[in-house]
Each structure stands twice: as C-alpha cells, then as structure tokens.
Write a protein that binds this ligand. Structure first.
Ligand SMILES: [Zn+2]
Length: 269
C-alpha cells in the first residue's frame, strides 16, 4: 500500500513537472512568435518609411518646373494675364515698374499678390539714362520701387531683376556692387534662360511661342521672360497655348523664390 502511494505521488510529481515543462515551452513559443511579429513590424515600418522617402526623392528629382516671369507691369492688360493664369491654375512672378503702381493699378497688384503670384522689383522708371548712371542711381531707383510696394501694397519683395538683364552694357562695370548692396537687404537678383523676345519689334503670338519653344526644352527648370505691358498684346495671345504646351510636356509651374538655384547669366542657369 505504502509502495503504491509512493509510486502515485512520484507519478503525480512527474506529471506536474511535465505539465510545467509543457507550459514553459508553449509560453516560450508564444513569446518568440510575438517578438518575431514585433521585430518584423518594426522592420516593415522602417522599410515603408524608406520607401516613402525614396518615392519623395524620386518624384522631386524627376520633376520639371517652369517659371513664368513678366517684366514691366502692371499694365492695362494685367487683369487679362491674371484671368488666364487663374483659369490654368498657374502661378507666375511679376517684376514691376514702381511708377506704374498707381491709381487703379494698385488694386491690380494687390490682386496679383492675393492670387498667389510673386512680386519682384524691376525699376521705378525704366529709363536707362536715369537709372544706370552709377551704382548709386540704380540702387536709389530700386529703393524707391521697394518703398512704393511697401507703402502701397504692404509687401517686401525678395527678388529683383535688372532692366535688360544683369549683363547689359550699362550696368556691367558696377553690377556686383549693386548685387552686394541688395543682398544686405535680403534681396537677390534673377535673370532668365528662355526669352519670348516679346519686347522687341512687333512680334506675333506665333513668333513668341517659337522663341520660347526653341529654348525651354533644354531645361527642367526654365525661367521664361515675357512682358506685361500695354504694347504686348501678342504675349497675351501666346500665354494660354504656351502654358498648355508646357503642361503637355510634363512641366508644372511655380514662383521664382521656389527655384532651387537663382537663374543668373554666366552661372548655372
Ligand atoms: Zn523691363
């Protein structure tokens, strides 16, 4: 009897040990499965983040962006330019002539700002013999334009464009000093790498399109010079077909401050 009791206690003890072992092994399996799931979830999550980063990088690298720029406004035609730009959902940059920001055209410039376009400084009077006498005379002319836009529109442009570009014969000898002076105020200059040649002679809409077409294809980030002036009716006619052609060729549109590199003659353009 005693022997059977002993055996049965031993058997129960053995059963308990087996059960304990089974529970331990089972718990271990569960834990390792859960751990593997956790590790795998972290790896997947990291991979997904890398993929997202990769996609962002790829899409920004492959993007083609056109920068439409209009010099010499505001003008009696500006509202018509704005209408087309709004209908096409495109933003542009306008380099303004200070003395024209007057009367009804003040509201037109406000509309440019309100509709998301960028405003840059160009000149106050655009008369070469007045503005380009010296470094001081052009800086004064720009300051006057800056003040005009600050007081009438309440904006502080970050870009300026030399009339006839930064390498014109008038300004060449003191251009760098003008650039330094303006940079102290946080204002950089911009040229262009594509021109519609729309302020020369009496161009047709077709010739403006041809001029732009022959050069924009060379760039993923063309800066296109056009003019917003009362004498540039053909530019207005060319604008919508130009925007549509650029869109068909994969270009989107941004304002100039969003461009990675400033567009300067003689440097990376
Ligand atoms: Zn101009």
């Amino acid at each position: 009897m005693k022997g059977r009791q002993k055996r049965s206690r031993r058997e129960r003890a053995n059963q308990a040990v087996c059960l304990l072992l089974l529970v331990t092994v089972f718990a271990g399996m569960l834990f390792s499965q859960e751990r593997r799931a956790q590790i795998s979830s972290v790896i997947n999550s990291n991979e997904n983040q890398e993929n997202v980063k990769g996609k962002e990088k790829d899409s920004s690298e492959g993007q083609k962006v056109a920068y439409l720029t209009f010099d010499d406004g505001p003008s009696v035609l500006t509202k018509e330019y704005l209408k087309i730009l709004k209908e096409e959902d495109v933003h542009a940059t306008f380099f303004l002539i200070g003395q024209q920001v007057d009367g009804e055209l003040v509201d037109v410039v406000r509309q440019e700002v309100d509709e998301g376009h960028e405003i840059g400084l160009h000149t106050y009077c655009h008369v070469a013999d007045k503005i380009y006498c010296s470094k001081e005379s052009y800086c004064e002319d720009l300051e006057k334009t800056k003040l005009c836009l600050e007081t009438k529109i309440g904006i502080q442009p970050k870009l300026f464009r030399f009339p006839w570009g930064s390498s014109n014969a008038y300004v060449r000898s003191y251009k760098n000093r003008v650039v330094e002076e303006m940079e102290k105020e946080g204002i950089g200059y911009v040229d262009w790498n594509v021109s519609g040649e729309d302020s020369v002679g009496c161009p047709s809409a077709d010739s403006i399109l041809r001029n732009v077409r022959k050069d924009y294809v060379k760039y993923d980030d063309p800066v296109i010079l056009l003019h917003d002036s009362a004498t540039c009716q053909s530019t207005l006619e060319a604008l919508r077909p130009l925007i549509r052609e650029l869109k068909e060729n994969g270009y989107s549109f941004r304002t100039l401050s969003e461009r990675e590199n400033p567009c300067h003659f003689g440097e990376y353009r």
